[in-house]
Design a protein around this ligand. Sequence first.
Ligand SMILES: [Fe+2]
Length: 247
Amino acid sequence: MDFELANALARIVELKDRSTGAHTWRVTMYAQAVAEAERMPVATVMGFMLGAVLHDIGKIDIPAEILSKPGRLTDAEYETMKAHTVLGWERVQRMGVRDPLVLNVIRSHHERIDGTGYPDRLAGEAIPIAARWFTVIDGFDAMTSLRPYRDGVGEDAAACAIEDLREHAGTWYEPRAVEVFEELHRTGRLDSILEHLNDREGHASLVGPLTPEAMSLARKALLESTTDAADVERIEAILDLGSEGTR
Ligand SMILES: [Fe+2]
C-alpha cells in the first residue's frame, strides 16, 4: 500500500473519530523522527511510518458514538473499542498489506510490556518491537494533544507526558524507546511536530472535505476489502460523511 492511499484511509477514520484531529499526522512525524534517531534502514523507516499512518484504521469498524463519546466508556463499549486493533489488522491484509512491520504496529500498538495491554495480552519481547516503539509515540501524543472535549493542554503538557513515559518505562513502555523519545524532546526535535495543527485553528483546518481523488482511492480500496453486505453498508455510510464535507 502506498502513502497516498494510506493517508486517504486515515482521513476517513478521522471523519468518524472527532477526537483524532491531526493525531495521525503527528504520530507519523514522530515515527519518522524516532526512526531517524535510531538510524533505521530506509525500508524500516518507511514501514514504521506506514504503520503509524494506518495504526487506527480499524476504527472504521467501531461505532461513531463510541469513538466520540466524551466521558468514560462502559465495559462493553471498551471491549468494542479494543477490537479496532484486530479489525484493522484483518482489513489491511484484505487490502493486500503484507509487511510485518505495518501489520504489527496496527495489531499490537495497545500492548504493554507487563502484559496488561490488548488485544493479545503479550508481554515483553513477545510484543513486536515496532509496536513497542510506536506505543510510546501514541501515548505521548494522547497526553499532549488537544481534544474537542479538553480545552488546551497547558504549556508543560510535554514535560508531564515525558515524566509519565519515564514512570511507566519497563512496565508499559519499552525503556529504550522512552530514552530516545526523551532525548528528542530535550533537544527540541519534537517541538514543531507537537505544535502542528494542535490548536483550535488547526482542528478547524481539518474539517474540510477530502479531495475527490482521495475519496475515490479510499472508496475503491475499502469496497475491495470486503464481500460482506453489512460491511459494505457501513463503508458507504462513512464515505457519505466524506462527501458531505462536514463532520
Ligand atoms: Fe489505537
